[in-house]
Design a protein around this ligand. Sequence first.
Ligand code: FMN
Length: 337
Amino acid sequence: MATSTTTLSIEQARTAVEAAILAPSIHNSQPWRWRLHGDTLDLRADLGRAVPVVDPHRRQMVMSCGAALFNAWLALRAAGLEVQVDEFPDGTDLAIGRLAALRVVGQCPPAQGDTALVDAISRRHTDRRPFDRTELPDEVVRGLRRAAESEGCWLVSVVRPGTRVELSVLLAHADWIETHDPDYRAELLAWSRTDPNALDGVPRSAVVGGAEPRQSEFPLRDFDIIGEAGQRLRDPEVERPGVLVLGTDSDSPDEWLHAGRALGRLLLVATAAGLAASPLGQAIDVDATRNLLREAAGGSGEAQMILRVGYPDPAAPALPQTPRRPAHDVLEVAHDA
Ligand SMILES: Cc1cc2nc3c(=O)[nH]c(=O)nc-3n(C[C@H](O)[C@H](O)[C@H](O)COP(=O)(O)O)c2cc1C
C-alpha cells in the first residue's frame, strides 16, 4: 500500500528503467525484468532470453543485468534519490531470486560527475568500426581503471607488445572454435536482425562487414554469417586499439554482477571522455582461452571482459541506436506502488 513515506514515484521508476534498458547486453538479448513495489525496484534475470551456447553458465546474462542495474542506480541518483542496493537478496539461484533490489531510502544530491555519466547513457553504443590511431592517454586509462575499481573490479591495460600478440592469438583461437561450432552459429543467427522493426538482437547497422577482411590486430565477433555484405565505412588499415581486460577476484554470480556494474560505469566514463568501445568477447566465452587469458593479462582472479577502446574516426557518421524493448514490456508495477 502506498504510504506518505513513499519517496520513489512511478515516473522516477520508469525513468530509471528507461535508462537501464539502454545498457549493453550479450547479443542485445536484454535479459532483464523489473518490478516496482513501494519504494523498491527489483531486478530479475529473464531466463527466457538466455543465450546458452555462448553463455552456458549465464555469466554474461548476469553481467548484462549488472550494467542495467548500474544505469538504473545512476538515474535514481541523478534524480537526487538516496538508494540502498541489496544484491541477490534471495540467494544466487537466478530461477528463483532477484539479482538486486534498489530501495529508495531518502533524498541526497547527486555526486559530482553523475550528471555527466547519466547524459552519456543515450550516447553510448558498441562501436565496432575502425578507430582513429590516437593512443589512449595514461590519464584516460587511469580514469577507466578507477571506474572499474569503484565497483569492486580490476582493469588491466594490455600494452606490452608480446602480451598483445598473445591476446590476439587467444582471440583468434577462440574465434575459430566458436565459428566452427554449428550450435554457436545457429544461436548467433537467431539473434541477428535484418527486420528494422525488431526490438532486440544485433541489427545489420551495428555490424561492420565487407567483402575484404577487416584489418586489425584483434578479430571482432563476426556477426556476418548470413552472407549479406555490410557497408564498409572506409578503407581498411591496421588499427592498434587500446585493449583493456576487466576482471574480478573470483568467479561467482555476485562477482559477475559487479563486473556488469563496472562494465556499465566504465563504458559511460569512456563515452563521456569521447571514446568508443566494443567487447572482444570470444576469448572469454571459451573456457580454455579464458584461463590462458587470465595469465596473459596478469590480473589476479578471473577475466570477465576484454574491451577494445579508442577514439572514433571523426569522419564516421553517428551510429544508429540498436533496438530496445520498451520500458512497459520489462517493468511490472505492483498495486502498492
Ligand atoms: C556481457 C556482454 C558481452 C558482449 N560480447 C560482445 C562481443 O563479444 N562482441 C561484440 O561485438 N559485442 C559484444 N557485446 C555488445 C552487445 O552486442 C551490445 O551491447 C548489444 O548489441 C547492444 O548494442 P549497444 O551496446 O550498441 O547498445 C557484449 C555485451 C555484453 C554486455
